[in-house]
Design a protein around this ligand. Structure first.
Ligand code: 13P
Ligand code: 13P
Ligand code: MG
Ligand code: MG
Length: 373
């Protein structure tokens, strides 16, 4: 039986700046998706937030890029904006809805999308990661570690079902092209691209021996769509785990050492990606951050999400083991802030193109004088 997991997310407004959504927004999303579940359009759903982004996790049998599913998400975000965010004058009401004309697919319209259609296995554990205050390239390093680094994923070495490696589909976000490269044979080429996360981001991963889909990430970059700064993309990622894929523990392990990602304050700074519990700490406050990631774990059974209690997912970073990583993330965050607006704390000029900095530089243009030879 084929099941599709669709994760569609957007920032459509928040309380106290870019901190977190209003409870009524989440309530509204749950009401809309309950109706869709009752009508049979979707089989199950879960509504979460990470920082100021709201995510809709939906399971159904309609396949990827389905216009009814995308339409449901678009309508939900639109209605939340009109009925909750705007009347309450929430910050950035409707921020990520960059177009008015929905034509069947939300890709390229602002919301982030990750979808994975697959034949259900005997037991199918999945993890949905969601990040705030960063961009899709933030998954490059952890995805490489999960699917290509034998020092992270023991299964690549000791499990014959993983031994043939994985195929990385990498997107050039500027040119809108993708390339498929195979690990381990082409790992140096893969790393050559993944080292530029602002431009190249992993869009999908397949198991090499049978092209079984293993992971899918959102690749939408708001500034490239809008041509101006409208907040960071705040990506999502779906990963299938166990039995022929990396184990849950191998999928989580790369987040132990917080890596630097682009985003944070005004989408213009490098900061550590901090793994947090979505129940306890899914809000951003230090310099609008630091950038953070939550991990929600489910089993998929008969097209439905099975969590620890109904659809309530396992809160995978809610383990004292990750206190060490959070501590380290804060040390790195405070250290990075000692550098103020000097690179690499601030992003490089190409990444600042869509921010307000060019206006300042423009103003100074006339005051530059030629150097006398
Ligand atoms: P179990 O033997 O507990 O199923 O664990 C196997 C495994 O995959 C651990 O990562
Ligand atoms: P978001 O992309 O999460 O809305 O954050 C924007 C921002 O400017 C934070 O300082
Ligand atoms: Mg915001
Ligand atoms: Mg956000």
């Amino acid at each position: 039986m084929r099941t599709t997991v669709s994760v569609i997310k957007a920032d459509v407004g928040s309380v106290a700046g870019h901190h977190r959504p209003h409870a009524k927004m989440l309530e509204y999303a749950r009401k809309k998706l309950t109706e869709a579940e009752e009508s049979g359009l979707i089989k199950s759903f879960y509504v979460y937030h990470v920082g100021d982004d709201i995510g809709l996790v939906m399971t159904h049998d309609k396949g990827e890029n389905n216009s009814e599913i995308h339409g449901l998400a678009w309508e939900t975000f639109k209605e939340i904006t009109e009925k909750v965010s705007k009347p309450l004058k929430l910050y950035g009401a409707g921020q990520d809805l960059l177009s008015d004309a929905f034509s069947g697919n939300v890709r390229g319209m602002g919301p982030g999308v990750a979808e994975l259609e697959f034949e259900e296995r005997k037991s199918d554990p999945i993890i949905v990661f969601a990040a705030d205050k960063t961009e899709p390239g933030a998954w490059n390093l952890p995805l490489y570690r999960m699917f290509a680094d034998p020092f992270n994923t023991a299964g690549l070495v000791i499990d014959p079902t993983l031994h043939d490696g994985f195929i990385f589909e990498i997107m050039d976000l500027v040119e809108g092209k993708t390339v498929k490269l195979k690990a381990p044979e082409e790992s140096y080429d893969i790393l050559g691209l993944l080292g530029t996360p602002g431009r190249y981001a992993v869009s999908r991963i397949y198991r090499a021996k049978d092209m079984e889909p293993a992971a899918a990430a959102s690749t939408d970059r708001l500034s490239l769509i809008a041509g101006r700064y409208v907040g960071k993309d705040d990506p999502v990622l779906i990963v299938r785990c166990q039995s022929g894929f990396p184990a849950v523990g191998e999928v989580l392990a790369p987040f132990a050492v917080p890596h630097l990602v682009a985003g944070w304050m005004r989408g213009s700074h490098n900061g550590p990606l901090m793994p947090v519990s979505f129940r306890k700490a899914s809000v951003v406050s230090f310099f609008d951050g630091p950038p953070r990631v939550i991990a929600m774990g489910w089993q998929i059974a008969d097209g439905r999400l099975v969590g620890v209690d109904g659809v309530e997912p396992a809160d995978l970073f809610d383990d004292p083991a990750w206190d060490y990583s959070r501590d380290l993330a804060m040390k790195i965050a405070v250290y990075m802030r000692t550098m103020g607006e000097i690179m690499p704390a601030r992003l490089e000029p190409a990444e600042m193109e869509y921010t307000t900095l060019p206006k300042i530089l423009d103003k100074l243009k006339e005051r530059f004088q030629a150097v006398q030879k």
